[in-house]
Write a protein that binds this ligand. Structure first.
Ligand SMILES: Cc1cc2nc3c(=O)[nH]c(=O)nc-3n(C[C@H](O)[C@H](O)[C@H](O)COP(=O)(O)OP(=O)(O)OC[C@H]3O[C@@H](n4cnc5c(N)ncnc54)[C@H](O)[C@@H]3O)c2cc1C
Length: 355
């Protein structure tokens, strides 16, 4: 079988990259083993333009907010589902200091923080314990990641462009101008296989910094849906079947990718201190984020092996970064346009060239 591009992994990175290249008229083949707890499957799917105690605007927020809206609407049309919602985030500052940080950002341009009417705040008194009012983060998007993955996977299968199996790196033959894998020949291979990418000798030297995150899944029937609720680092996000995703953590030190007893105890206690209405915890999930030391993605080709590419390192921001940089990488491949220098893996050219 002869294809233009062989893509390993169909998380959010492989999904958007294969979609972009397919739209550009390229022949692609995706290999994905469908890990049940991949980062994309465990993620809450929030695109929040502000972050941290200083309520700073995230990297490239303005550009990414408008780009992602269009990108998800477009891929949603391709798979026949609406997968993006501008539901905003109702943020309850956990301290007076945080309240002041939010208030201080209300007059910024662009304005992502807005006041909440006193009558709206009152409506939440029977539902939550909170002491410093609420603010609204808007726009903020919620992505239906499971529908996206399933919908695009179905399209790939229909186009005979998906192999549902584990990629075995020992069978890969890399040449300067092509790659061979089993009976497949491709112009290039692009590694989109999340944390596993960094086990490959080509990419091991990159400064990645894997980061584990866990979440509880709770049934909170009285909570108004179609809204994200934020209490410091704890966020309540609409999940599937009317349930709520409650997370998360950012652990650089972890033994494995499994849910931990420590998180279960800590988050359960936190939930009890936040939520006044009845709820039940029904599940507990965990995954590892493919994060990087600099918190910028790895996009582009290996300096010594130009037929091998990487599209990875989205960290905590896969939902906003993957669509934008998939478009850039596809344009680079089809029109030779440059990649944003802060994301281009070329910045680690000397590290990658060390033998
Ligand atoms: C708890 C948690 C919450 C998060 N919340 C958010 C959020 O709200 N917003 C946000 O923007 N980001 C969030 N993230 C981060 C986001 O999930 C990641 O940035 C993103 O999903 C990474 O996508 P990926 O495609 O690189 O990797 P993955 O999603 O891990 O996909 C990799 C794919 O490769 C496949 N694969 C791996 N190895 C092989 C192999 N050898 N052969 C074949 N296939 C293989 C897997 O099956 C998988 O489908 C969260 C992450 C976690 C853990």
């Amino acid at each position: 079988m002869q294809v233009d591009y062989l893509i390993i992994g169909q998380g959010i990175c492989g999904t958007f990259l294969s979609h972009e290249l397919h739209q550009a008229g390229k022949k692609i083949l995706v290999i994905d083993e469908s890990q049940p707890f991949s980062s994309t499957k465990v993620a809450s799917g929030v695109i929040n333009p502000v972050t941290g105690r200083q309520v700073s605007t995230t990297w490239m927020a303005e550009e990414l907010m408008s780009f992602t809206w269009q990108a998800y609407t477009h891929i949603g049309n391709t798979i026949g589902s609406n997968i993006i919602q501008n539901c905003g985030i109702l943020a309850f500052p956990p301290s007076q200091q945080m309240r002041e940080a939010y208030d201080g950002k209300m007059n910024d341009t662009p304005a992502f923080i807005h006041p909440v009417a006193a009558t709206t705040v009152q409506e939440y008194i029977p539902l939550f314990h909170f002491f410093h009012g609420a603010v609204h983060i808007q726009p903020a998007y919620h992505i239906d990641l499971h529908t996206l993955l399933k919908g695009w996977r179905h399209q790939l299968l229909t186009q005979n462009s998906l192999l549902e199996e584990s990629f075995d790196a020992t069978l890969l033959q890399l040449h300067h101008d092509r790659v061979i894998y089993k009976d497949i020949q491709a112009e290039k291979i692009i590694f989109c296989n999340g944390t596993n990418t960094f086990q490959h000798p080509l990419w091991q030297k990159l400064p990645y910094s894997l980061n584990k995150g866990e979440a509880l899944i709770a049934d909170i029937p009285d909570l108004p849906p179609n809204q994200i609720y934020k209490f410091g680092i704890t966020t309540l996000v609409p999940w599937y079947d009317g349930l709520w995703w409650v997370g998360s953590t950012y652990d650089n030190r972890f033994e494995d990718a499994l849910p931990t007893e420590i998180f279960l105890k800590k988050k359960s206690a936190e939930l009890a201190s936040l939520v006044k209405c009845p709820y039940t915890i029904v599940d507990h999930i965990a995954s590892i984020r493919p994060a990087t030391v600099e918190r910028r993605p790895f996009v582009g080709f290996h300096p010594q092996q130009p037929a091998a590419g990487i599209f990875n390192g989205m960290g905590t921001k896969g939902c906003s970064l993957a669509p934008y940089f998939a478009h850039q990488l596809a344009q680079h491949l089809t029109q030779n346009t440059p990649t944003t220098p802060a994301a281009d893996v070329k910045r680690f050219g000397s590290l990658l060239s060390l033998s």
